[in-house]
Design a protein around this ligand. Structure first.
Ligand SMILES: [Zn+2]
Length: 205
């Protein structure tokens, strides 16, 4: 059994390998499980925001909404195994987060196996809603940035936090203002690291 450890706004893995060609498309599929029951409007806005942030660094995200109950059709992609380019994103409800060993200010966490890249990210949807409400911001906007942050932990590997920008561990007024302006994003070095690691993963497939 893989040993997992939590990364809450999180961690880094040294990688050494040959990179794929610079022209290779950088894509990742994200299977979304909306356990929080967010309305389509908020969930859609969040995906658009996160997708925009990644497009700006040259990464395309293909979103697939997967049902959380046995009802409704289940897209084929939802049957696929998680992996380095096939992530699972869980939007957790307040009741699901209650009792988890995280600080009250935590907004989500990603799981990072010790023996390879992570592929599962969790976001605490209600805390995005609380933060948005307190700052008079759009819930989908904040949630999208949180999603981008947690997915980045999977792409960056351990040691993913920065002192500023999207990957800062805990956002203040400055980061939230940037988010509202659409300018809260990755630092250039982070963007390059994400692209490089994705090319490495692509070369291994
Ligand atoms: Zn983090």
């Amino acid at each position: 059994m893989k040993r997992l450890f939590a990364v809450w706004f999180l961690l880094g893995v040294p990688v050494s390998a040959c990179a794929a060609g610079p022209g290779a498309p950088l894509q990742v599929r994200v299977l979304v499980y909306n356990y929080a029951g967010l309305p389509d409007r908020e969930a859609g806005r969040a995906q658009r925001e996160a997708g925009r942030i990644y497009r700006e660094i040259g990464v395309q995200i293909e979103w697939t909404d997967c049902p959380v109950s046995g009802e409704g059709a289940r897209p084929e992609a939802c049957h696929s195994r998680r992996g380095p380019s096939n992530f699972e994103l869980r939007l957790l409800s307040r009741s699901m987060v209650k009792g988890l060993p995280f600080a009250s200010t935590a907004m989500g966490y990603a799981l990072q196996p010790h023996d390879g890249p992570g592929s599962l990210a969790n976001v605490f949807a209600h805390r995005a809603a609380d933060l948005a409400s307190n700052r008079d911001l759009d819930q989908g906007l904040i949630l999208g940035h949180l999603i981008a942050h947690e997915l980045a932990h999977l792409l960056l590997g351990p040691g993913g936090h920065s002192s500023r920008g999207l990957m800062r561990d805990g956002w203040g007024k400055r980061e939230l203002a940037w988010a509202a302006q659409g300018s809260l994003t990755f630092l250039p070095a982070e963007a390059e690291r994400i692209r490089w690691r994705m090319r490495v993963q692509a070369a291994r497939r």
